[in-house]
Design a protein around this ligand. Structure first.
Ligand code: SF4
Length: 284
């Protein structure tokens, strides 16, 4: 059984004091413990940005990849060994800017991985530039007169890509976020959790106070997570009220279930047919 101390690492944490990433990290540790997953069975993949350090702070198998490529790496790991629990971590710049091309494909394939996006609506690590999810009018050093473009809506993007689990959490509500993480990890298919993660250093608009006044839980208003039209309506809400929870969930065969070869078990445990020596020489 995995305990909290099993997931601790000796690496000093360099996130800014008060950063929303702390709540997200703790919620993920709690989810792994409460789901009773052995840490050796978990692979965490992180990208570039403040979020990327999460793989230093949680003791599971980890891969820190280049900018925007969390989903391809996570997909490859899952294809090689489908017995593993594969969790991708990305920031809003990582996921929805340079890595945006990968989201619709992972979603429509329904590859069985969990995708956690630390969405702070700003580029934090590079000191506060406007990000793809920054809202229209957001002022920063790159948009001193306010952003002209509307911010990307990750939830409607995922819905339009046939994702089978679309959710949003809030780093300031650890209990609720833990429950969403548990459901996302348990989901059979691609699961997106967009996490409202305040950046206390650079985003002076979308703060803990901002969210505390606005977030409400979908499960408390009788939301039907099987209703995709309702999911679109709720996903479009952003203003006086901001919903968190599971917007949409559907059952569809996973990518792995469509391949007969994967029905025989993980590729890493299967015998390779034929002579592969010539192929292996290319990598030596
Ligand atoms: Fe967190 Fe922002 Fe500091 Fe990065 S810059 S660690 S996102 S508060």
């Amino acid at each position: 059984m995995t305990m909290m101390q099993d997931l601790a690492t000796p690496v000093p944490n360099t996130w800014c004091p008060g950063c929303g990433n702390f709540g997200l990290l703790m919620a993920m540790k709690r989810a792994i413990i409460q789901l009773d997953i052995e840490r050796e069975q978990v692979v965490a993949v992180s990208g570039i940005g403040c979020h990327g350090k999460i793989t230093d702070y949680i003791k599971v198998n980890a891969l820190h990849v280049i900018h925007g490529r969390v989903l391809p790496a996570a997909t490859a790991i899952k294809l090689a060994n489908q017995d593993l629990t594969v969790i991708g971590f990305a920031g809003d710049g990582d996921a929805y800017n340079i890595g945006m091309g990968h989201l619709p494909h992972a979603a429509r394939r329904n590859i069985n991985i969990t995708y956690i996006v630390h969405d702070n609506l700003v580029y934090g690590l590079t000191t506060g530039q406007t990000s793809p999810t920054s809202k229209k009018g957001y002022m920063s050093k790159t948009t001193p007169r306010g952003a002209f473009e509307p911010g990307i809506n990750p939830l409607t993007q995922a819905l339009a890509s046939d994702a089978t689990f679309v959710s949003r959490g809030y780093a300031g509500d650890m209990h609720h976020l833990t429950e969403i993480f548990k459901r996302a990890i348990s989901h059979e298919g691609f699961a997106l959790v967009d996490v409202l993660q305040p950046c206390v250093a650079w985003n002076r608009v979308n703060t803990f106070e901002f969210y505390k006044e606005r977030v409400y839980k979908l499960e408390e208003v009788g939301h039907d997570e099987r209703d995709i039209e309702l999911a679109y309506q709720r996903a479009a809400e952003w203003g006086e009220k901001i919903p968190i929870g599971v917007f949409y969930r559907a059952d569809r065969p996973t990518y792995m279930q469509n391949f007969p070869v994967l029905q025989k078990g993980p590729l890493v445990k299967q015998r390779i047919a034929g002579d592969t020596s010539d192929l292996l020489k290319e990598f030596m």
